[in-house]
Design a protein around this ligand. Structure first.
Ligand SMILES: *[C@@H]1O[C@H](CO)[C@@H](O)[C@H](O)[C@H]1NC(C)=O
Length: 401
């Protein structure tokens, strides 16, 4: 299956168990409001809080803080500070944007225990529902972040991010797969929280509702908090994550954790272990495990930018003609140009190999040859024998004289 480009249309996520705090009507009102402000100012509630994870990389941290404070959609940057000691002073840093209306700081350090679980600690005084969990070495452009936030608004109960991964059952075990596998199968079931949007309620759920053995596992292995979060979100929402096409600066790839040998084995192990721990001893879930069910849900969707010239093409060629052009060219002229192109092509064919219509030439009787796909050929070959490129059957054929 090829990866297909689908633009996600509004499909408000229906909350299953976390829904109480989210009023769907309020969300709809917010969306109406957003529609009236195309690309305009962002009230605090339509922005996102960047929750930045860092560990003993002061330069990387400063760079990330300076970058994310430049984004209009970012309400505040919260740095998860787990290094101990005193967080650095940000005097002299190039902090963008103004402080919040109520004087809330643009950048704030939250001192937390040294654990990967700390990155999902519910933070006090959050002013947005949307959280952008991001590592200090990942730089999403403000535009990509705004696009992801737009997608998240249509699916607030799921994880929306930039790094898709896939789980697969193989010989009774879960296997973890990355980009090539995702691309080949056109499917993903995990997005990594090293750059993902999620509802702030999931911080609460991770900290209070997630089975303690899962959090202990994350502490022991210093890995896989992202898989744990994906399990939780999928289990609560019953929904797949959402992958947003983007082009990120990832400064952590070389020498980072994901380029280490054995990384895939480690990640597959953690899929299996977290699956077992997440289920606990709940009888229903143990049965589900026997049936090879995981809460993870696969998706084929890719959210893309409608303004992208590279990846967008209309569903039919007719769209080109039937559509309103951004510049005022009458449809007749477009039609005339297309006709002229077709005419030119015909003239070209006639000049480099004279063609005439005639009765079918005796075709080879091989059944396999009754229809041949048009093959690639050079223009010279094309001119010397155009008929060779056509299907070998049909009432009317082109013949080379
Ligand atoms: C997963 O979903 C089931 C069924 O809705 C629920 O009983 C269970 O508590 C959930 N687990 C977690 C950790 O949220």
């Amino acid at each position: 299956m090829r990866p297909s480009l689908l633009i996600l249309l509004a499909s408000a996520a229906v909350p299953r168990s976390l829904g109480q705090s989210l009023s769907l009507r309020a969300a709809a009102a917010a969306q109406r409001h957003a529609r009236h402000q195309p690309g305009g100012g962002h009230p605090p509630d339509e922005r996102v809080t960047a929750v930045l994870n860092t560990f003993k990389r002061p330069d990387m941290l400063r760079r990330a803080v300076e970058h994310y404070t430049q984004c209009d959609v970012v309400d505040a940057v919260r740095v998860v500070w787990t290094e101990g000691g005193t967080p650095p002073a940000t005097d002299g840093w190039r902090i963008g944007g103004a402080a919040g209306v109520d004087g809330a700081p643009r950048v704030q350090f939250d001192v937390l225990p040294d654990s990967l679980n700390s990155r999902f600690t519910p933070l006090p005084a959050l002013r947005t529902r949307a959280i952008f969990a991001v590592d200090d070495d990942v730089e999403a452009s403000c535009d990509d972040l705004a696009l992801a936030l737009e997608a998240w608004r249509n699916a607030e109960r799921t994880l929306v991010g930039f790094y898709p991964r896939l789980h697969v059952w193989r010989r009774g075990r879960l296997q973890y797969h990355s980009w090539w596998y995702v691309w080949w199968h056109g499917e993903y079931s995990i997005v990594l929280t090293k750059a993902a949007l999620l509802h702030k309620d999931y911080l609460e759920a991770y900290t209070r509702q997630m089975p303690q053995p899962v959090r202990d596992y994350v502490d022991r292995h210093m890995n896989c908090e992202d898989v744990a979060m994906q399990f939780l979100v999928a289990n609560v929402s019953g929904r797949p994550p959402l992958f947003v096409r983007s082009s990120l600066g990832d400064l952590g790839v070389v020498g980072g954790i994901s380029t280490r040998g054995g990384h895939m084995v480690e990640r597959s192990d953690c899929l299996n272990d977290i699956h077992a721990l997440f289920a606990g001893s709940d009888a229903a879930v143990v049965t589900a495990r026997a049936k090879r069910e995981v809460p993870l849900v696969a998706s084929h969707l890719v959210v893309g930018r409608a303004g992208s010239w590279l990846s967008n093409q209309p569903a039919t060629w007719y769209e080109f003609l039937a559509s309103d052009l951004p510049i005022p060219i009458p449809a007749q002229i477009v039609l005339a140009l297309l006709l002229a192109a077709a005419l030119l092509r015909l003239v070209y064919e006639c000049c480099c190999g004279s063609l005439r219509l005639g009765p079918p030439r005796k075709a080879s009787s091989s059944a396999a040859a009754s229809w041949m796909p048009v093959r690639q050929s050079s223009p010279e070959e094309w001119c010397s024998d155009p008929a060779s490129l056509l299907p070998a059957s049909g009432a009317v054929r082109l013949h080379v004289s």
